[in-house]
Design a protein around this ligand. Structure first.
Ligand code: GDG
Length: 734
């Protein structure tokens, strides 16, 4: 295995001052550290990050022994980078808290400079065969900086927080720098399909870079964007949760709590975790029910976090005020409705709390994924508890059997909590079991494996950018070949290729100049000319009524030869390559939606969810639709949503098949020219026989042999070719 260099803001250890001038080194806790530690051990690579405290000589030696490389950053610069740009600009923005953002250019300068320090440190160590895995929003410029320093090395990047919609992301003053920073990577991983789509949309809208099925071309390299939701270290968690120590905690807690139902919240005290809304929902529940005042309690652990940032102070004050208010209103001697703790607890205590809780109340207003939800599930192999989970947590798409809430809907949240507390054991089990198996199977080690194998996977398809040529240059190449051809074919796309787009689709009627070109083409001896368009038969038929040119309509569904009045349907066997891309996605959604199943037809895949739980099925289907639409846009498939089914099916035929049909019926041709501007034309370009000439209109990736700038260039090219074939008299001007 290649050596892996791990890079994260913090090293996986904490340096603590001990008595005198000494230091202690202990392993930090957290999912990321436990997930990456085995990889670190196995690959014999190094881990690069900030050490927290400046290590003394002894600690430095210990770090080196553990292959941990500290990046030294002056304290002030670190503050501006970490508490500044990372946590006062990127963190709030990526969680949709635009009003909390501070965009201070000085802080961005510090962010850039710290990212540079990281890149320098990595570059000192990296060998061409190493795999480098950079983590999270604090280091988004590192991939590009590193690519400049060590061009050939493989770089993976993983973002642990959401990637917001492009509408939100474009608020960031340094948006293009950040996007270009990421593009230094070969693979960019995020937690959900939604974040992957958001990121791709930002590449498209802000940098004009198109992605094709999660892959794009940048600076002569391919960059992939993929969803890899992180898992938890189930074994470690369960070991702590079911330890002797945890048993004792649990016993003690149960004795003190008696028969009250326990609802548990565990969150870093961060405004993204939605604590005030959670408390409001709890207040609503108690205000409407004296029963729950007696019979339920909320244990809320708020873990101290980023205490040097002002907005975190405000959040703490607000949470503590609300807790005081609610306890004041609904408490009675011996019965406090909210047990609030502002502290961190041991792994064993945490495990005991998970085991104790009848309901886990996970209600972030935004969360990249949320490990707490998965941890709770992983301790419930008794099939017991109920998970109440915000739909704004990335984990919601994997934990579909939870009771989902919109945390902003206080009323709805309170009633879901009530539903959870009243749920019978049978339903609890039915919901918890499949989630338990899913969480255990997809643990953090599997996540590491998946990301690493994606990073090392060879590139399957080279994305190609055709050379852009002037129409005269192109004509200079093609004219002599056309002049000598005995049976020539020209197959021309219409919208965006021969005719400029208009604001309204129906307004793009052919101009006189286009009609003239087509008449001239149609009149050439030994040349078969076709318009091959996605437009319907009626429109094409009426536009080119008297023009002696053949027409192919609806992406290859219908053909009308020049001079004939009738359309003929074309029905060759379909191309089913899309199936292998769609099938794993359907499978994944079927696995997380009990009752859903997949049907395979010869030219379609169908996702049925009639037997799934109503709300869950509907919700998953909506998400699946949007994933498929983005994933398959431009592909020759139709996505149809019917009565509790989603069908993805082959369109009758595509433009490429139409070409093959003509080639068979009228060929062989000794000269072929095809033009096109969009994804549907790629189907023809991809099928061109050797020697044929394909021209892409406009920029971007394509398998065409050459590109021209605009429909005007295509018209100029055609005129030049007509002239060459007929003699100089035929030229016309636009
Ligand atoms: C970021 C993203 C994404 C909490 N209190 C104690 C304690 N914890 C542990 C939990 C859990 C972790 O901290 C918190 O993880 P989350 O995922 O809930 O949240 P973030 O810290 O915001 O993490 C998040 C994650 O990165 C991974 O990619 O899921 O969306 O925001 O593991 O158990 N652990 C101990 N004592 C505590 O008091 N020992």
């Amino acid at each position: 295995m290649s050596r892996v260099i791990l890079v994260s803001n913090r090293l996986p250890v904490t340096i603590r001052r001990s008595r005198g001038n000494g230091q202690n080194l202990s392993m930090s806790s957290g999912g990321l550290v436990t997930g990456l530690t085995p990889l670190h051990a196995k690959s014999e690579g190094v881990w690069i990050g900030h050490p927290g405290e400046t290590p003394n000589q002894e600690t430095s030696a210990e770090l080196a022994k553990r292959r941990l490389v500290p990046v030294e950053v002056p304290a002030r610069e670190f503050r501006n980078y970490y508490e500044g740009y990372a946590n006062s600009a990127l963190w709030p923005l990526f969680h949709y808290f635009v009003e909390r953002c501070e965009f201070d250019p000085m802080q961005f300068a510090a962010y850039r400079s710290v990212n540079e320090r990281f890149a320098d440190e990595i570059a000192k160590i990296a060998q061409p065969d190493d795999l480098i895995w950079v983590h999270d929003y604090q280091l988004m410029l590192v991939p590009e900086m590193l690519r400049q320093r060590v061009p050939g090395v493989r770089i993976g990047f993983f973002l642990h927080i959401p990637f917001p919609s492009s509408e939100t992301f474009r608020v960031l003053p340094q948006r293009t720098q950040i996007l270009r920073g990421l593009l230094g990577a070969d693979l960019i991983g995020v937690h959900t399909y939604e974040y992957a789509e958001n990121l791709q949309r930002s590449f498209r809208r802000l940098l004009g870079i198109e992605t094709v099925r999660g892959e794009l071309r940048y600076s002569g390299r391919n960059v992939r964007i993929q969803a890899h939701p992180i898992g938890i270290d189930t074994d470690e968690l369960r070991e702590a949760a079911f330890s002797k120590k945890a048993d004792l905690y649990l016993l003690d807690l149960k004795r003190r709590i008696g028969d009250r139902q326990v609802v548990l919240g565990i969150d870093r005290l961060d405004y993204t975790k939605g604590l005030p809304l959670k408390l409001e929902a709890w207040r609503r529940l108690l205000s409407g029910s004296t029963r729950w005042r007696r019979r339920a309690m909320l244990i809320q652990l708020a873990v101290p976090s980023r205490e040097n940032i002002e907005s975190y102070h405000q959040q703490k004050d607000e949470v503590e005020r609300l807790v005081g208010e609610i306890n004041g209103l609904y408490g009675s001697p011996g019965r406090i409705p909210i047990h609030y703790m502002y502290q961190s607890v041991s792994k064993e205590e945490l495990g005991a709390l998970y085991r104790l809780a009848d309901v886990a109340f996970v209600s972030p207003v935004r969360d990249g994924l949320n490990l707490v939800a998965k941890e709770y599930v992983a301790t419930r192999d008794d099939g017991g508890g109920v998970l109440v989970l915000s739909e704004f947590a990335g984990a919601a798409s994997e934990l579909g059997e939870s009771l989902r809430i919109n945390p902003w809907d206080i009323e709805g949240t309170a009633s879901q909590i009530e539903r959870a507390m009243e749920m019978d054991y049978g339903e609890r089990q039915e919901r918890m079991r499949p989630m338990y198996h899913r969480v255990v199977q997809n643990d953090v080690h599997r996540w590491v494996e998946r990301f690493m194998s994606a990073l090392t996977e060879p590139e399957v398809e080279e994305i190609h950018f055709p050379p852009s040529l002037q129409s005269q240059v192109l004509a200079g190449t093609l004219a002599p070949q056309l002049s000598e051809a005995e049976n020539a074919l020209m197959m021309l796309d219409y919208d965006g290729s021969l005719r400029e787009f208009t604001e309204r689709y129906e307004d793009a009627v052919p101009t006189d100049s286009i009609i003239q070109i087509l008449r001239d083409l149609g009149g050439l001896d030994g040349v078969k000319a076709y318009i091959n368009s996605g437009r319907d038969r009626e429109t094409l038929g009426s536009w080119f009524e008297d023009v002696p040119i053949s027409l192919i309509a609806e992406h290859g569904s219908w053909i009308r030869e020049a001079g004939e009045g009738d359309w003929t349907r074309m029905g060759p066997p379909p191309d089913l390559r899309w199936k292998s891309i769609v099938a794993p996605v359907l499978k994944e959604y079927a696995e997380r939606t009990p009752g859903a199943r997949i049907e395979e037809k010869s030219s379609a895949l169908v996702w049925h969810y009639r037997e799934a739980d109503d709300a869950l099925g509907e919700w998953q289907a909506l998400e699946l639709m949007s994933v498929l639409e983005d994933m398959l846009s431009g592909s020759p498939v139709e996505i149809l949503s019917g009565a509790r089914v989603i069908e993805i099916r082959q369109q009758g035929v595509d433009k490429g098949r139409a070409f093959e049909f003509v080639n068979e019926a009228k060929g062989p041709f000794d000269f072929i020219l095809v033009t096109g501007d969009d994804r549907t034309d790629e189907d023809i370009f991809a099928r061109m026989p050797e020697g044929a000439f394909s021209v892409k209109v406009g920029g971007g990736q394509s398998s065409a042999r050459a590109a021209v700038g605009s429909p005007g260039s295509v018209r100029r090219l055609l005129r030049a070719l007509i002239e060459a074939r007929r003699g100089p008299a035929a030229a016309n001007s636009d």
